[in-house]
Design a protein around this ligand. Structure first.
Ligand code: G3H
Ligand code: 13P
Ligand code: ZN
Length: 323
């Protein structure tokens, strides 16, 4: 078992009409939860590391934990840099043992994005690593960068072939209405259901279809794809937390995207809300608890159950390791 690139995973996912979950990792409990869930469901999985995660947990710890997870779970894993902002961080992760990197040039002009992405692709491919690029700009918060809905922009399908051909990227993240974080949409962008929960505007499947037509067989990536399950939000809010109007992407829309050209679905916020809800509940039920193994263990279990649910009911990647 080894750290692998996403090449074969994506080819199989495309053909099999499912997607691979790319889950953000920040500590040991999160890594164990994701890898145990994937191993039990016989699903391929991607562990992804943001710049913030590297700052918090340090590169060597995350790399070491990912390698430990491969040994312990007995499955191959891809280790991916999430939202690489420049060539230097991509190079550092390629040199430092990652199997995949994202160069996020979405804040630059089309030509600048191409030049930067191409430079990363050349270095990565020479070192056995694959690259994800991005076209279009998602709303929401990632690291210290906050993009307002007004400053976000959908991917323009007419640009994707030129971008992919000129850069040589292995996969492409596109903007079709998903958004980063646990507060993906403001109340004025949504309607409300009978329970008063915000109902977001539907994803732009017309853009995805057009991209798919122009890039047949090419793996597409969705960022900002947490569903922010209301069971966790309700629990957090009823146990002393404050997450008013936290809302995500409806799971059935993600399932539909996974059956199309989307081969990688990024999930971070759902890990955060699952863990937070479980730990809040633990402390309320056991106010005298002070052993981190107890409450972090409860958080780990909640993340594992959430990841299993995603694999089976949203991504459709369960059993794929046996095929
Ligand atoms: O897309 C962003 C991810 O959710 C990572 O978040 O930068 O706070 O680690 P972070
Ligand atoms: P969420 O905030 O929707 O989990 O998105 C995570 C992500 O896109 C990481 O790159
Ligand atoms: Zn993202």
């Amino acid at each position: 078992m080894a750290l692998v690139t996403t090449k074969e995973m994506f080819a199989k996912a495309y053909a099999g009409k499912y997607a691979i979950g790319a889950f953000n990792i920040n500590n040991m409990e999160i890594i164990q939860a994701i890898c145990d869930a994937a191993a039990e469901e016989k699903s391929p999985v991607i562990l992804q590391v943001s710049a913030g995660a590297r700052k918090y947990a340090k590169h060597e710890y995350l790399l070491g934990l990912a390698n430990a997870a491969i040994k312990d779970s007995g499955i191959d894993l891809a280790l991916h840099l999430d939202h690489g902002a420049d060539f230097e961080i991509c190079k550092s992760c390629i040199d430092g043992g990652f199997s995949s990197v994202m160069i996020d040039g979405s804040k630059w002009s089309f030509e600048e994005n191409i030049a930067l992405t191409k430079k990363v692709v050349e270095y990565a491919h020479a070192h056995g690593c694959v690259v994800e690029g991005e076209l279009g700009k998602l709303a929401g918060i990632e690291d210290d960068v906050k993009v307002s809905a007004a400053d976000s922009s959908y991917t323009r399908p007419e640009e994707v072939e030129e971008f992919v051909t000129r850069t040589g990227v292995d996969s492409l993240a596109i903007a079709i209405g998903t958004s980063h974080g646990a507060y993906k949409f403001t109340a004025d962008q949504c309607t409300r259901n009978a329970d008063g929960v915000l109902v977001p505007p539907p994803l732009r499947f017309d853009i995805l279809e057009e991209v798919e037509k122009r890039l047949p067989g090419f793996p597409i990536v969705l960022h900002g794809a947490s569903s922010v399950p209301q069971e966790f939000v309700k629990k957090i809010n009823s146990l002393g937390g404050k997450m008013p109007d936290a809302v995500g992407i409806p799971e059935e829309q993600l399932r539909k995207a996974a059956s199309m050209a989307v081969c990688k679905i990024n999930i971070d916020s759902d890990i955060r809300v699952a863990m937070t809800a479980a730990i809040r509940e633990y402390f309320v039920e056991k106010p005298s608890a002070f052993d981190p193994r107890e409450y972090l263990g409860a958080g780990r279990e909640a993340v594992k159950n959430m990841v299993k649910h995603k694999i089976v009911d949203v991504l459709g990647s369960n059993g794929a390791l046996e095929k």
